[in-house]
Ligand binder design. Structure first.
Ligand code: ATP
Length: 293
């Protein structure tokens, strides 16, 4: 399978935060959700991916090419979907299109107008500053699709969208990848978005990769365990990413489902861990060590 994005040992440090040894690969034709709590470095990684920031060390390749020698070729093939920052607010969508069109060698006017109609976007009657957040996302996506972008990168595209718009937007993304030619990489902390469309999950915490898995395998690896406090001792506690203890018992997250089920047998209860559970416990585990109360 062709690799579209490759991060290899990427490091980037700010004063009080660092991306550490980030290594992962994104394959062609899939939707990958990039998840992690607030401030874990998703936007920073996306900036590195867009060459808006450069790594202190390590390498970022897109379409197998590096930015140093191939920035123009890479950027022609990427659609970067923002909410409001790229557009000139005083322009209409038509005026914006006229500005953007010459930049892209593969611009397809017919396709642009098709999406404008499909997304029900006003072309000439409204200035972009009067667009809602959902309309801006759609306008940005229409532009990305109209230059035949092979890779669509989005930073928190669904944050701030209402549930109806969000579902519509996700359905659209799902349609886009159906031909197997396009690849979508988007960050989110709304984990229910991922249930709908993600094939892969890249999970970041404190600037480090916790995992990259096919979405469906997460339920096979991770489990929420509930049981009495008598089941816990220093050895069994090691099996957990984090544990929440109450007077009534404990609830803990493990990334080794088979092993803990063997260990506790029918003395404990097991529940499928959601991405939200994984985010919550990974954050708590990182903050306070294994045990949280
Ligand atoms: N240019 C910069 N200079 C210094 N620190 C920065 C810079 N850009 C980001 N940071 C810091 O890096 C950390 C990670 O920020 P980032 O925006 O990448 O996180 P995020 O995972 O996208 O968070 P959110 O979900 O809240 O958007 C934060 O502590 C932020 O303050």
């Amino acid at each position: 399978m062709e690799s579209i994005i490759q991060f290899t040992n990427v490091n980037k440090a700010f004063n009080d935060f660092a991306i550490k040894n980030l290594t992962f690969e994104i394959k062609k034709g899939f939707v990958t959700g990039f998840v992690g709590a607030n401030g874990t470095g998703k936007s920073t990684a996306i900036k590195l991916l867009m060459n808006l920031l450069q790594p202190d060390s390590g390498e970022v390749k897109v379409f197998g090419l590096n930015y140093k020698d191939h920035e123009k070729v890479i950027k022609q093939k990427i659609g970067f979907v923002y909410d409001d920052h790229v557009f000139y607010e005083h322009l209409t969508l038509q005026e914006m299109k006229n500005l953007i069109q010459p930049v892209y060698t593969q611009w397809d006017d017919e396709l642009f107008y098709k999406y404008v109609e499909q997304f029900q976007l006003p072309l000439k009657k409204k200035k972009l500053k009067t667009f809602s957040k959902g309309m801006m996302m759609k306008a940005s996506l229409a532009i990305a699709l109209s230059h035949h972008a092979e890779l669509i990168i989005m930073d928190e595209p669904t944050a701030g969208l209402d549930p109806v718009f969000r579902r519509e937007f996700l359905n659209l993304l799902h349609e886009i990848v159906q031909d197997g030619e396009k690849t979508i990489f988007f960050s989110t902390h709304i984990t229910s978005d991922l249930d709908r469309i993600a094939d892969y999950i890249v999970f970041l915490h404190n600037g480090e990769l916790i995992f990259m898995h096919e979405f469906y395998t997460i339920a096979e690896k991770y489990v929420l365990v509930k049981g009495g406090l008598d089941l816990l001792d220093p050895d069994t506690e090691k099996e957990f990413i984090a544990i929440r203890k109450t007077k009534m018992g404990f609830e803990g997250l493990s990334s080794n489902k088979g092993r803990v089920m063997q260990l506790f047998g029918d003395l404990a209860l097991y529940e499928t861990a959601t991405l939200e559970d994984i985010m919550f416990y990974t954050k708590k585990g990182g903050e306070k060590g294994v045990s949280i109360s």
